[in-house]
Write a protein that binds this ligand. Structure first.
Ligand code: NA7
Length: 551
């Protein structure tokens, strides 16, 4: 790696939370020659693109933040429990500035291809700016929710008004004052945007295909003394959070449904709903495995919807009935259900009669046309695999990642894919990333990848690859864990079910952050068990190790 046999030691793709930390860790921590590429004009990733009104974190910001540098966590004051997008973006910029990360990143530049050179143990990376560079390693920090999904709507180009996707929001903002506005989609993004747009628009019509379970954030300003208390105990709190399933401290379960007293559970749900609904689904330990437990919690939330929304017909449409609570991402809102009591908001269900097309004036649902000035697409993302599958990644034997993942994504620990040596992924499929406080997962993965690359350097090895059997075992383990839960009953983006033709595979590791970390530690301690250092056997005969290592 020090022989300059490649242009760079590492190419990092993406400059969100993961990419920023990777550049710092690998460049400043390991002294590697690092080059980053980022499609956007600046750092931020998800928080750079998702600037829609109401965009906000649904993990507590004091913990949805880096822990690797104590000065930063001591200096930074989060204004609210759940920070809004502008504040989170400022934070990432602040960290990038502190470590002078930007000088190693080429912005406004998307990586379009990466081809592994089997002879040289190096990647050739190409960009949409026509640049080609070589690097020993590539680390994909491409994000899980970075490819906005616009469903194929007939006539979309005929619409005379403006269309905005929540995941690609104009930087200058959008003024909806006096407008008739439509929002299509009621996932987390729609649920955050709808109350804010409703305050501005003359009229807002929400088009809902599937009602989503949403819980109140009870967001609020943080007091100085709270911030000080967190800062005093940061190390211990972060450590405790890392030992949980989600990498975040939430209230614990009071028991399981079979043995817990129903009246007490109901009272506890009530208390949690008022304090902040995020831990409602964690009230019972078996919400995600027992249909009865799940229905009990789901019915509690439906009761809340009925109690909040004044018009019974609208309330009935908003009651989620299509999937077990928690098996699609739980939305965390500020005044979502209350918004439907406003005179300028209406709800149209497109469950039975879908949107048939866009027209010049608006949308056609069945034979009814709705006219709008603006339409907001809150229609989600090609999640988890989308960003990687849009890059032409060609590994050993000229096999592409798209081919390797044709029946669903396969990886070892979510970190590497067999057949793609020296290519690491941060919070990839098979990692617990999307089910956890993703910043905690990112810090873990980046630390683990950096340590692994460092150990390769120490050993003078220029090639590492996931073993085929280790990968097959991990994929089976991930599927087996998912099979024990209710997650398969939801048409969620975790399952790829929001994309026509995408294989329906539960893509995240459900064993929890703690178990995952422990497993990764054991693997490393055992000399990176399941990873092959040096050339691996593919169908063809491998070149002897002695000729391939020790560069
Ligand atoms: P989601 O959660 O994937 O939500 C997308 C929404 O768009 C969902 O309600 C979809 O309904 C709806 N949708 C998609 N296509 C259509 C069509 N053709 N017609 C009507 N409605 C449609 O994306 P978000 O951006 O809200 O959230 C993504 C994650 O970001 C979130 O989970 C957090 O982790 C942060 P469906 O449910 O498919 O019937």
């Amino acid at each position: 790696m020090t022989t300059r046999r490649t242009d760079h030691d590492v190419v990092v793709i993406g400059a969100g939370f993961a990419g920023v930390y990777l550049v710092h860790k690998l460049r400043d921590g390991l002294g590697l020659r690092v080059r980053g590429f980022e499609r956007g004009a600046d750092v931020g990733g998800t928080w750079y693109w998702n600037r829609y009104p109401g965009a906000r974190c649904d993990f507590e910001s004091e913990f949805y933040s880096y822990s690797f540098d104590d000065d930063i966590q001591q200096e930074w004051d989060w204004s609210e429990k759940y920070a809004g997008q502008p504040e989170i973006l400022s934070y990432i910029k602040h960290v990038a500035q502190r470590f002078d990360v930007r000088r190693s990143i080429t912005f406004d530049t998307a990586v379009t291809g990466a081809v592994f050179d089997d002879e040289r143990d190096a990647w050739q990376v190409t960009t949409d700016r026509g640049e080609t560079v070589t690097a020993t390693f590539v680390v994909a920090a491409t994000g899980n929710l970075s490819v906005p999904l616009t469903p194929t709507f007939e006539g979309i180009e005929d619409f005379a008004g403006t269309i905005h996707h929540t995941g690609d929001w104009p930087h200058e903002g959008v003024d909806f004052s006096g407008q008739d506005v439509a929002v299509i989609g009621t996932g987390s993004s729609g649920i955050q945007a709808i109350p804010v747009i409703a305050e501005q628009a003359a009229h807002l019509t929400v088009f809902q295909r599937t009602a989503t379970f949403s819980v109140p954030a009870a967001n609020r300003s943080l007091e100085d003394q709270e911030r000080r208390a967190t800062k005093r105990n940061y190390a211990a709190l972060r450590k405790a959070a890392a030992d949980t399933r989600g990498g975040i401290l939430l209230e614990l379960a009071v028991g399981d449904f079979r043995t817990a007293d129903r009246v007490a559970v109901r009272a506890e749900l009530e208390r949690r709903w008022r304090a902040s609904g995020v831990s409602v689904t964690a009230t019972l330990s078996d919400t995600l495995v027992s249909p009865e437990a799940n229905e009990f919690v789901a019915e509690f939330v439906r009761d809340k919807i009925r109690a909040t929304v004044k018009d019974p017909a609208t309330a009935a449409l908003l009651e989620p009935r299509d999937y077990p609570i928690g098996t699609k991402r739980l939305a965390v809102d500020t005044g979502y259900y209350e918004t439907y009591n406003r005179p300028n908001v209406s709800l149209v269900s497109v469950r039975e009669t879908p949107i048939s097309r866009f027209t010049e004036r608006g949308l056609l649902v069945g034979d009814r046309e709705y006219a709008f000035d603006s339409i907001v697409l809150a229609t989600g993302f090609d999640a988890i695999t989308g960003a990687l599958e849009r890059i032409d990644i060609t590994g050993v034997g000229r096999h592409t990642l798209r081919e390797a993942w044709a029946e669903g994504p396969k990886s070892y620990l979510g970190l590497m894919v067999h057949g793609f040596p020296n290519f690491f992924i941060v919070t990839g499929p098979g990692s617990p990333g999307v089910l956890t406080n993703v910043v905690a997962s990112i810090e873990h993965h980046v630390g683990w990848i950096a340590a692994h690359i460092d150990s390769l350097r120490d050993a003078g090895v220029t090639r590492v690859e996931a073993d085929a059997q280790a990968q097959a075992d991990w994929v089976a383990h991930v599927a087996e864990l998912a099979g024990r839960t209710l997650f398969g009953r939801a048409a969620s983006w975790y399952m790829g079910a929001n994309i026509p033709g995408k294989p329906r595979v539960f893509m995240a590791y459900l064993g929890g952050f703690r178990a995952y970390r422990e497993r990764c530690e054991l693997v490393a301690e055992a000399g990176y068990e399941g990873f092959i250092h040096g050339p691996a056997l593919h169908e063809a005969v491998a070149v002897p190790t002695s000729e391939r290592t020790g560069v």
